[in-house]
Design a protein around this ligand. Sequence first.
Ligand code: SF4
Length: 60
Amino acid sequence: MKIYVDRDKCQGSGECVKVCPHRALQLIDGKAVVDHDRCDLDGLCIPACPHDAINIVEEA
Ligand code: SF4
């Protein structure tokens, strides 16, 4: 499993960056990007996103 950011939905609000306790999210060029080495899959960023751009998905 991993956190997936839909770049088409992401508006760069940064709400996910604020709630992540592991500093696994940052905005790069106005889009949220996940550092999968830092992410512990707690899922806090999913409801934090006002644009429904973040989900947990199966590893490809
Ligand atoms: S699932 Fe948790 S640790 Fe991972 S990016 Fe989201 S808020 Fe951060």
